[in-house]
Design a protein around this ligand. Structure first.
Ligand SMILES: *[C@@H]1O[C@H](CO)[C@@H](O)[C@H](O)[C@H]1NC(C)=O
Ligand SMILES: *[C@@H]1O[C@H](CO)[C@@H](O)[C@H](O)[C@H]1NC(C)=O
Ligand SMILES: *[C@@H]1O[C@H](CO)[C@@H](O)[C@H](O)[C@H]1NC(C)=O
Ligand SMILES: *[C@@H]1O[C@H](CO)[C@@H](O)[C@H](O)[C@H]1NC(C)=O
Ligand SMILES: *[C@@H]1O[C@H](CO)[C@@H](O)[C@H](O)[C@H]1NC(C)=O
Ligand SMILES: CC(=O)N[C@H]1CO[C@H](CO)[C@@H](O)[C@@H]1O
Length: 555
């Protein structure tokens, strides 16, 4: 740990204590210092809320002020699309309830940002658009299944996060760009790629624009923004978290999960949002009882475990596209995993690896599902001012509204067009689905785990890591691994974004079989606690919001 970081922590703790002492000598302990919202955990905030040091109203005001500082002004991170106009009144009601009957649980009064493809009832005042003007003002029939669970747990929906439009299923567009939100950028280097498609969720979590965020993944969309923004993320098994009320790509691959600053917060959020939902029949096959994932948070979780490295293809920089500096940190991570008592089986190659990266089966499945399911989404709306009622209408809407949806450098909608050309669930679709099961599971992840008697696989989060898990709906847990060095050659990512770039983070991913989240969370937590990589580097100064709880409470 660098000395100036230690020093700033010390100064913060001292100042915090003095301030708390002024407020109330009874609660002048280290716990009563105002947590730094850049890093604040769910449990720290819960302690401050319970002790009366601050309220959820204060928290919402502080996050609104932090968003205002960096979203459109200053570094123009464009991580947040909309704020919830009902958030303050919801916070006030939850504060009252806490006083009367205590907190409902760890998420009571905790502000959360949702990726803009996750539905919230329109009467609350927010839109659900996947970043597209074609859905602005549309009225969804209900909250998403995960939102119902969050509200029941007492969470406050702070707003909607920007994303790669249509969860990056529109065409060859830069990650983090949407018609409504424009280009979201990374907080670790000016105009760096935030990755996607849950870009705004990742950037917002990285600098504390909310306590926690939700993203969705079809292939890489939680894992990659978690990686690029120095975060902890869980891409759950398809069917662990409900996709009801989530603007779809594919029922076979879509999944909703937390993008947060620690494995602890990730486990807390997953424990709330996981579970069966009659409106998403894929959730009905999950193991009967959702575990309390916080019980998986064990620093010794890697002890005696066997962790495999599917090196061939996935760690070959000329195939994976990874920067060599990623692999340098990965080799160090293997040493850490060994030092924590695990046996690293290296190599533990995936028999289907080369076929996976050549395969076009995933595209067939996604293109086919997207057309059917997006048409169903449009049909499910109670109203839609744009008049768009189908994928075909959407393609026309984009072409008819170039200022909104096809500005210079952001014209492409090749994926929408390819999807529109599919012929529903034909033989080619079922053959592709069967091939994916074979590639990702039978000769993929499950084969590799069984051949070497492994508990999990480990890889850098970058490159092709997400694909085998994506095509069979298997889980991935991602934690911080390292940062591009200061002398890395800055590359171009999109028309307005760069990658790699100095100081931009990358992550480490643990992969396993279906519903192995409990074990994977333990492995991620053990590695995270042994390394604390997130704390090794902060965002660039202009991207760090200054408003803190003390500024709000002292008003
Ligand atoms: C979102 O929709 C609501 C109505 O549901 C509308 O009042 C509001 O202005 C919209 N927000 C934006 C940013 O357009
Ligand atoms: C869910 O329901 C759909 C439509 O009824 C059906 O085609 C599909 O097989 C079901 N999936 C599961 C996992 O039960
Ligand atoms: C990496 O892949 C390239 C291209 O297929 C191949 O030529 C090279 O031998 C591979 N390197 C290793 C170490 O496997
Ligand atoms: C699907 O995967 C199988 C197995 O690797 C392969 O033979 C086939 O060519 C793939 N299909 C497409 C369309 O890529
Ligand atoms: C960056 O610095 C490292 C360590 O000083 C050095 O090994 C590496 O070659 C440098 N890379 C570039 C691109 O200059
Ligand atoms: C809440 C917020 O800051 N919303 C902004 C998101 O970005 C778009 C595009 O720049 C703005 O128009 C919104 O005001």
């Amino acid at each position: 740990m660098r000395w100036h970081y230690l020093l700033s922590v010390l100064v913060f703790v001292l100042l915090g204590n003095v301030f708390a002492f002024d407020l109330d000598p009874q609660i002048a302990t280290a716990d009563s210092a105002f947590p730094d919202l850049y890093e604040a955990s769910v449990e720290e905030l819960q302690r401050g809320l319970n002790s009366g040091l601050f309220t959820s109203v204060d928290l919402v005001k502080a996050y609104f002020a932090r968003i205002d500082e960096v979203n459109v002004k200053g570094p123009k991170l464009r991580a947040v699309l909309e704020l919830n106009p009902s958030a303050l009144s919801q916070a006030a009601a939850l504060d009252q309830e806490r006083k009367k009957t205590g907190p409902r649980g760890l998420l009571h009064g905790i502000p959360i940002l949702l990726k803009d493809n996750i539905a919230t009832v329109a009467s609350e005042g927010m839109n659900t658009t996947a970043g597209s003007f074609s859905l602005l003002g549309s009225v969804v029939p209900d909250d998403a299944g995960v939102v119902k669970r969050l509200r029941a747990a007492g969470a406050i929906i702070l707003g909607k996060a920007n994303l790669s439009e249509w969860a990056h299923f529109r065409g060859n567009l830069a990650s983090g760009w949407s018609g409504r939100g424009l280009q979201c950028t990374n907080a670790y280097f000016p105009n760096a790629d935030p990755c996607g498609s849950s870009s705004g969720s990742g950037v917002a979590a990285s600098i504390g624009l909310a306590t926690v965020t939700l993203g969705t993944e079809t292939d890489g969309s939680i894992t990659c923004p978690t990686s690029n923004n120095n975060l902890a993320g869980i891409k759950p098994t398809v069917g662990l978290t409900s996709r009801a009320g989530v603007i779809p790509i594919s029922a076979h691959q879509d999944t909703v999960g937390p993008i947060v600053r620690s494995m602890t917060d990730a486990a807390i959020v997953l424990s709330v949002i996981a579970g069966k939902d009659p409106n998403d029949n894929f959730t009905l096959v999950q193991p009967t009882k959702v575990p309390d994932y916080t019980k998986a948070l064990n620093k010794n979780a890697l002890k005696g475990k066997r962790i495999g490295v599917p090196r061939h293809v996935f760690l070959n920089t000329s195939i994976s596209g990874d920067d060599p500096s990623v692999n340098v940190q990965f080799e160090k991570a293997l040493d850490v995993i060994r030092s924590l008592g695990a046996t690293v089986v290296d190599p533990a190659d995936m028999p289907s690896a080369e076929e996976i990266i050549r395969s076009n089966n995933e595209t067939i499945v996604l293109d086919t599902d997207f057309k059917v399911q997006l048409n169903q989404w449009f049909e499910s709306l109670l109203s839609n001012p744009s008049g768009v009622r189908s994928l075909a209408d959407l393609i026309k809407f984009d072409d008819d509204n170039p200022d909104l949806e096809e500005p210079a450098n952001f014209e492409d909608q090749s994926e929408l067009i390819a999807s529109e050309a599919t012929q529903s669930f034909d033989n080619a679709f079922f053959a592709a689905l069967a091939a994916d099961k074979d590639l990702g599971s039978t000769r993929g992840i499950d084969a590799t785990l069984e051949m070497h008697n492994l508990d999990a696989l480990v890889l850098p989060a970058t490159g092709f890591t997400t694909v085998p898990a994506a095509i069979v709906g298997y889980p991935i847990i991602t934690v911080p691994l390292g940062f591009f060095p200061d002398n890395v050659t800055v590359g171009r990512a999109g028309p307005e974004t760069v990658y790699p770039a100095p100081g931009v983070p990358f992550g480490l991913s643990f992969l396993g079989t279906a519903f192995s989240e409990f074990d994977l969370i333990g492995f991620g937590y053990a590695y995270e606690q042994a390394t604390k990589t997130r704390l090794a580097r902060r965002a660039y100064p202009a991207a760090i919001p200054k408003t803190q709880l003390k500024d709000i409470v002292s008003k």
